[in-house]
Design a protein around this ligand. Structure first.
Ligand code: PMP
Length: 354
């Protein structure tokens, strides 16, 4: 049979999202969702939607939502861009800020595994800079790397380790002549966002999401904050691909959610409290846990492989994430759930470690 696929579609290995199994009911701690529901104000906005309005296209640039984000982030509306999940925005960053015949995009060896996929998809060279021995970001090596720009996740995934804001600013300053993209998907659990720095640095783009800190993973919405020239670059690439990536329901619900900061601050503080408890409990039963600033922990058991921990937990109805990759195959990434979910995880672990 003739193969009608392009060379790219035949050859590329896509990103693998966390599994969504439905062979039984699981305690789902594998995709870093928030255990708490979205805010009541977001629900009210959802209920207030006029179904008949869905006959009309949404605002192509998510205008009302961008205004709500600008207000919450204390920036101007023209510094904000919205997309269908932050993954879509991260994808657009590659053609917007990197050239196939340029020096490439620099990022860590252990970081969000979508970055190398985007590089391959858009034919952009990737410049891999290993994390330090202790799994912290090697900012000096990233600064020294020859590359058109840098992308880093803060806090990093899947390690969960955060970089303090003063170090981030120093880094952005050092890299003033090239683009620095900071993926702050897990920032609501760290609280050291560099978003305010965009006023002083036109090379800085911050990418955030509604999926984690706003309990809206099912909505698919993310945003970027940066200088107008960067936002226009994203807009140009978006308009080469999809005029209306964010639907009407999503724009209304997310605008209401971001206006309800008190609710989310409260819930995310509970997640952080549970994270600290979970980390201690895991250490008590023989795990080494990297210091997490996220809504997940990255942990390695002294006697069992990461694959074994993953498998034993799955058999007991608990899903966590294991990456069979260099440097991290001993670890599992465990989402911080509700107290009940974390207790179920710990009970399952105790059962097979006994
Ligand atoms: N960045 C990082 C580091 C992530 O782990 C994720 C979630 N997989 C995302 C971005 C994307 O999140 P979303 O597309 O749901 O906004």
């Amino acid at each position: 049979m003739k193969n009608y696929l392009s060379k790219k579609a035949r050859a590329i290995t896509p990103y693998t999202a966390g599994e969504q199994r439905n062979d039984r009911k699981y305690v789902k701690l594998n995709t870093n969702e928030n255990p708490y529901p979205p805010s009541e104000k977001a629900l009210q906005a959802y209920r207030a939607l006029q179904f008949a309005d869905l006959k009309l296209y949404p605002s192509p640039d998510s205008d009302v939502l961008c205004r709500a984000i600008a207000q919450a982030e204390n920036v101007e509306r023209e510094n904000v861009f919205c997309g269908n999940g932050s993954d879509e925005i991260l994808a657009l960053c590659f053609p917007a800020f990197f050239d196939p015949d340029g020096e490439g995009a620099a990022f860590a060896d252990v970081t969000y595994s979508f970055y190398p996929v985007f590089c391959e998809f858009f034919n952009i060279p990737s410049v891999i800079v290993p994390l330090k021995e202790d799994f912290t970001m090697d900012l000096d090596a990233l600064s020294a790397a020859r590359a058109q720009g840098v992308i880093l996740a803060n806090p990093n995934a899947p390690t969960g380790i955060g970089i303090p804001l003063n170090k981030v600013e120093e880094f952005v300053q050092k890299n003033r002549d090239r683009i620095v993209i900071i993926d702050e998907a897990y920032m609501p659990f760290f609280g050291q966002s560099a978003a305010a720095l965009i006023k002083n640095y036109d090379n800085l783009l911050i990418v955030k999401t509604f999926s984690k800190g706003y309990s809206l993973a099912g909505m698919r919405c993310g945003y970027a904050i940066g200088a107008v020239s960067l936002i226009n670059g994203l807009k140009c690439c978006k308009d080469c691909f999809n005029s209306y990536p964010v639907d009407r329901v999503c724009q209304a619900v997310c605008a209401a959610a971001i206006g309800d900061q008190d609710y989310y601050a409260n819930r995310n503080a509970l997640v952080v409290k549970e994270r600290e408890r979970l980390s201690k409990e895991l250490e008590n039963i023989g795990f080494t846990v990297l210091p997490s600033s996220s809504n997940f922990v990255f942990a390695r058991h002294k006697n069992l492989s990461g694959a074994e921990v993953y498998r034993q937990l799955r058999e007991r109805g608990v899903l966590v994430r294991h990456f069979d990759r260099p440097r991290i195959s001993q670890f599992c990434r465990i989402t911080v759930g509700s107290k009940e979910q974390n207790d179920a995880l710990l009970a399952a672990l105790r059962e097979f470690l006994r």
